[in-house]
Design a binder for this molecule. Structure first.
Ligand code: SF4
Ligand code: SF4
Length: 456
């Protein structure tokens, strides 16, 4: 059993007592540092109240009770100048889509403020015995549930979608019964990877590909794959596509020990859980980065967490190196290889896709990459379904009280998907994929799967 297949631990540990790394614009936070040194006020002072962030917020657009990112960020942090002021509970209605970050013309660190405020709210003001806390903790630690489910996937798939069980989960735990639980794979990606021969097999495949491509057999083409939880437990076909595509370009792949990227933990204010996961991930990937590997992720929220949220929120040895050397998979190949050239002569079955750019891809400047790339692929039409948020935001749309909001936010995307020529969806984010499928009934693919079809 590999490390990544060991049962995940979720026991609470002591609060983080580490100090943050410094940045020029403002002093980042130490989230649980006795509540005394958390200080994002200099960042708050950059806000000149233009309200652009509020107009970009998908939750504020459909929920009149949500005060919006300007309040959640700079205003809340200004209020904190008063002794004893508490975090407003509306922070739990922010979905952590991070669109406000991108929208702000004054580089106010909005999502860092939101994550920090949410962490403080959960840590200091939330009843740890409340149904909401327990539900959020379970949702945030998806990897734990997925690990257990992966031991008996067929039974889990039946039980998780058994009507009376779903009714009970909604009534007792507040997990919406409106959604179908995603199926667990009968073989996880890591099981497949081990059975295939792991890094040794990948090295051989990569060498063969480099020979075929006329490249130096000993060329340094090495990537460390951050597959995340969903590709491991639910959609191993996406992870397998990444392996095959990267190997075909001559890359040797390793799949190091890893935990959840922390994305659902940030969104639920479970920052101590997120930091424990980040420590494992940074430790694994920092060693590889120092050996010349780059980190690649197939999920845009995972690459976002490693690049932005980790260094904003935690102080872990090697965190900056990992952040600087992490890439989303398609982004990496477009930088390193002539990807457009590679697919220009490929032929695939004629097909049309309705493409949705996840908010976290947008934040990394990756929202056009699949559209631009597949323009070069004969017989394929990839149509952009607009810049709206899908509305699910990870665990957000799974909460009974947020389900309607989530579906209202996704309304524009569903409509544009129906208007698009294709009846297959495409996106890089697994939870956006869930929402797209839920709202339209379409099958959803990852761009790596189409790339695999074209070049492997
Ligand atoms: S992260 Fe998203 S939901 Fe939260 S305040 Fe910003 S735009 Fe709104
Ligand atoms: S967009 Fe930036 S500057 Fe404008 S109100 Fe929001 S935080 Fe302030």
């Amino acid at each position: 059993m590999s490390d990544a297949e060991t049962p995940p631990t979720t026991e609470p540990t002591e609060p983080n007592e580490q100090q943050p790394t410094s940045k020029p614009e403002f002093e980042p936070v130490s989230v649980f540092d006795d509540g005394a040194t958390m200080d994002l006020r200099p960042g708050a002072d950059n806000c000149y109240k233009c309200s652009v962030c509020d107009t970009a917020c998908p939750v504020a657009e459909v929920d009149d009770d949500f005060p919006g990112p300007k309040f959640q960020g700079p205003e809340q942090w200004r209020l904190k100048r008063k002794e004893g002021s508490e975090i407003d509970d509306s922070i739990m209605s922010c979905s952590n889509c991070m669109r406000c970050d991108d929208a702000c013309p004054s580089s106010v660190p909005l999502s860092q403020m939101h994550n920090t405020a949410r962490g403080e709210y959960v840590e200091e003001q939330m009843d740890k015995l409340s149904v909401e806390y327990v539900r959020n903790r379970i949702l945030a630690n998806y990897r734990t549930s997925a690990w257990f489910a992966s031991k008996l996937p067929r039974l889990a798939n039946f039980a998780m979608n058994f009507g009376p069980a779903r009714w009970l989960m909604e009534k007792a735990m507040g997990v919406t019964s409106e959604r179908e639980f995603p199926a667990f794979a009968t073989q996880t990606f890591r099981e497949w990877w081990r059975e295939r021969g792991g890094a040794d097999a990948s090295r051989e495949n990569a060498r063969t590909a480099r020979e075929r491509r006329g490249e130096a057999v000993d060329a340094e083409k090495k990537v460390a794959y951050f597959h995340g939880c969903y590709s491991n437990y639910n959609t191993p076909e996406v992870a397998k596509a990444l392996v095959r595509v990267f190997e075909s370009f001559g890359y040797e792949i390793v799949a190091p020990e890893q935990r959840c990227s922390g994305t659902p933990m940030f969104a639920n204010g479970m920052l101590a859980d997120a930091e424990r996961a980040a420590e494992v991930n940074v430790s694994s990937f920092a060693d590889l980065v120092s050996e010349g590997y780059d980190a690649v992720a197939s999920c845009t929220s995972c690459s976002m967490a490693l690049r932005q949220e980790y260094p904003e929120l935690f102080d872990i040895d090697g965190i900056e190196d990992v952040a600087e050397n992490t890439f989303e998979a398609l982004e990496y190949l477009r930088i390193q290889e002539d990807l457009e050239g590679a697919i220009a002569d490929a032929s695939v079955e004629e097909q049309a896709f309705a493409y949705h750019a996840p908010c976290h891809a947008r934040n990394q400047g990756l929202d056009r990459q699949a559209l631009e790339l597949f323009r070069e692929l004969d017989g394929v039409v990839v149509e952009d379904v607009g810049d709206s948020c899908s509305g699910i935001s990870g665990t957000y749309g799974w909460k009974e009280e947020k389900y309607e909001t989530s579906m209202k936010i996704g309304g524009d995307m569903f409509e544009h998907m129906h208007d698009a020529a294709g009846d297959v969806g495409m996106t890089e984010c697994p939870t956006c994929a869930m929402q797209m499928e839920h709202g339209t009934g379409y099958e959803i693919k990852h761009p790596l799967q189409l790339l695999e079809e074209a070049i492997c």
